[in-house]
Design a protein around this ligand. Structure first.
Ligand code: FES
Length: 137
């Protein structure tokens, strides 16, 4: 049996995914207790360095979740985040982070159930990878 419980930092946009997490909570939906939520104004605000920093300070996985395409409250922030991610994901392995440790998703304020599914899926995947062994220098 795998008793490893990963620490997963979840950067959630204030307007959609954070509200989706709140809905999951107020609906008393149960999900893996492995995430540590950091509320951000918009996923477009995230610098990839912040994701790497999360690993540096002990995370085993990272989840970034924001508004669905065309629903971003700052119009194009989530498109900017997606573009950054497309470039950044190719660099993950270079710094020693397996791609399966970083996940992106769109979760709206009305999708408490989807938030639960995403968290459980990410937790299962990171659990399979085992503890993060550190950045390659
Ligand atoms: S405000 Fe939610 S991703 Fe931009």
């Amino acid at each position: 049996m795998n008793s490893f419980e990963p620490k997963i930092v979840a950067f959630l946009c204030n307007w959609c995914s954070y509200a989706g997490a709140d809905l999951a909570g107020t609906s008393r939906l149960k999900y893996a207790p492995n995430i540590r939520i950091i509320k951000v104004p918009c996923t477009g605000r995230l610098d990839p360095v912040m994701l790497v920093k999360a690993f540096e300070v002990g995370a085993d996985g990272v989840l970034v979740s924001g508004c669905h395409p065309n629903d971003c409250h700052y119009r194009t922030g989530n498109f900017l985040a997606r573009r950054r991610w497309m470039i950044f994901k190719d660099m993950l392995e270079f710094v020693g982070i397996e791609p399966g440790r970083v996940h992106f998703s769109w979760v709206s304020a009305a999708e408490g159930g989807k938030f639960v599914e995403v968290v459980n899926k990410v937790t299962t995947e990171v659990k399979t990878l085992g503890p993060f062994k550190g950045l390659t220098s």
